[in-house]
Design a protein around this ligand. Structure first.
Ligand SMILES: [Zn+2]
Ligand SMILES: [Zn+2]
Length: 146
């Protein structure tokens, strides 16, 4: 093995100060992209956390230095297509509506806005009567837990 190869191998060895493997600039594994690279491909992280850290170009020559200009790396195969603007807006709007329609006690989402300011919950929770199933959304169990 030549000296050059030895140095290269040591430089690409991942270090893990953030709990994530670190790669030197230009040495990241294939299939790992930064947020900016994802965006250039019309992709977004899609709810998955970063899996590695890419050190900046200047730190390549200082393997022991803690890089403060690193970028987070995401898996390209887990990325999702970027949301079109209208869909993203619709989602934001839906989240705002959800805050006014979901009861904090029973976690059900009703088809109308709740008297959260006065009662702090839906009327059935407040009065202790069962809610009419036609007035709230039927959701899968995993969505209720979230
Ligand atoms: Zn750096
Ligand atoms: Zn309720």
């Amino acid at each position: 093995m030549t000296a050059r190869n030895r140095r290269r191998r040591r430089a690409t060895q991942p270090r893990t100060p953030l709990g994530l493997p670190e790669y030197d600039f230009g040495c990241a594994l294939e299939g790992l992209l930064t947020r900016r690279q994802l965006r250039a491909k019309e992709l977004r992280p899609g709810g998955y956390p970063p899996v590695a850290v890419l050190r900046c170009r200047r730190c390549t020559l200082h393997p022991m230095r803690a890089c403060t200009h690193h970028a987070l790396l995401y898996r390209e195969d887990l990325a999702k297509p970027k949301l079109p603007m209208t869909l993203a807006k619709e989602r934001a709007l839906d989240r705002a509506m959800e805050a006014r329609q979901r009861c904090p006690l029973c976690r059900r989402r009703f088809f109308f806005c709740l008297p959260l300011r006065t009662l702090g919950s839906c009327v059935p929770c407040h009065d202790g009567i069962p809610a009419d199933p036609s007035t709230y959304l039927r959701e899968a169990a995993h969505e209720l837990a979230a």
